[in-house]
Design a protein around this ligand. Structure first.
Ligand code: C2E
Ligand code: MG
Ligand code: MG
Ligand code: MG
Length: 292
């Protein structure tokens, strides 16, 4: 027999869908306006090299929406909708421009180059002028080679291997570093690795979450790191929150950590202050840093 929902529960359900749809159209139309009005800003989360004295070696630029009425909106609430509507490619570009602008003024002060990564969505990569645009902006802001990093998600690499690999090779010849984001969160990851020309692998934070058995987690993670090293691919561990994981990852040969254990994403001003303050010194583990 077919199960039937009671009438009122059905009505509740469709109300939820309608509400959700309304919210999505609102976010989309507000988003269009917001991108042009400069409401989207990039926060920078430090990346720390745990093999070289816990020094800051770069940052990832992460989009934040300063909505005029709703306040700060986190990416999870607008990225999936922008991905559906196509607005994501425009957002990617505006965050990229911001990262280049920041780097330009940082370098103009005579500082040593520091790597800044931005996320590139599938739709962004599929824009016909994708390579041309990113290269043009890089040149406009006089950013040296091997400073800008582009993060692509695993699902992207899986869609159309040949095309993706081709684009990555061109980008690398234009002085971009390419990395595979959220590695291990999707499907057939190991198969992808065979032909992948990227030089950095970002281990998804799922590896460091809710493991039933920490021994098994470590076996999996250290073997991925070994495999990457043999393929001449650097590894970044994302979402690391505790000291034990840092110690394990260092011993396992992971190069870089990006996680709350060192720092949450910071405003550009905060990040600028932090690297100037740290210089060549080791980043303290979170909680140990004195407030300045
Ligand atoms: P992602 O690229 O994998 O970025 C890492 C996410 O993990 C960030 O979330 C960061 O704040 C969070 N994170 C880092 N360390 C920790 C930790 O120790 N613990 C926990 N719980 N979280 C940590 P955020 O900023 O909310 O961004 C979420 C996702 O939104 C990003 O994941 C990325 O996929 C997407 N995103 C953000 N900005 C952009 C953008 O400009 N373009 C595109 N296409 N996607 C973006
Ligand atoms: Mg990323
Ligand atoms: Mg990631
Ligand atoms: Mg992610």
């Amino acid at each position: 027999s077919v199960k039937q929902l009671p009438g009122n529960q059905c009505a509740f359900f469709t109300d939820q869908i309608r509400l959700q749809a309304l919210k999505e159209t609102e976010i989309e139309s507000d988003g269009k306006i917001g991108i042009n009005a400069g409401q989207f800003i990039a926060h920078f989360q430090p990346k720390v090299n745990i093999q070289k004295g816990n020094r800051i070696v770069g940052a990832e630029a992460l989009a934040r929406w300063k909505h005029p009425e709703k306040g700060m909106i986190p990416p999870d609430e607008f990225i999936p909708i922008f991905e559906k509507t196509g607005l994501i490619a425009e957002l990617d570009r505006s965050i990229f421009c911001e990262a280049c602008r920041w780097l330009h003024s940082y370098l103009a002060e005579g500082n040593q180059p520091i790597s800044i990564a931005v996320n590139v969505s599938r739709l962004g990569l599929l824009e016909p002028d994708f390579i041309e645009y990113y290269t043009k902006v890089k040149e406009q802001y006089q950013i040296p080679d091997n400073v800008l990093q582009l993060e692509f998600t695993e699902s992207l690499a899986l869609g159309d291997d040949d095309m993706f690999n081709h684009i990555v090779r061109i980008l690398q010849s234009k002085g971009f570093t390419c990395s595979l984001d959220d590695f291990g969160s999707g499907y057939s990851s190991l198969n992808v690795l065979k032909n992948l020309p990227v030089s950095v692998l970002k281990l998804d934070m799922l590896f460091f979450r809710k493991s039933v058995d920490i021994k098994r987690e470590r076996i999996v993670v250290s073997n991925i790191i070994n495999m990457a090293r043999e393929l001449k691919i650097k590894t970044i561990a994302e979402g690391v929150e505790n000291t034990e994981t840092v110690d394990f990852l260092r011993a396992a040969g992971c190069d870089v950590i990006q996680g709350y254990i060192f720092s949450k994403p910071l405003s550009q001003e905060e990040f600028g202050c932090l690297i100037r303050e740290m210089g060549d010194r080791a980043m303290p583990l979170c909680g140990e840093r004195e407030d300045t």
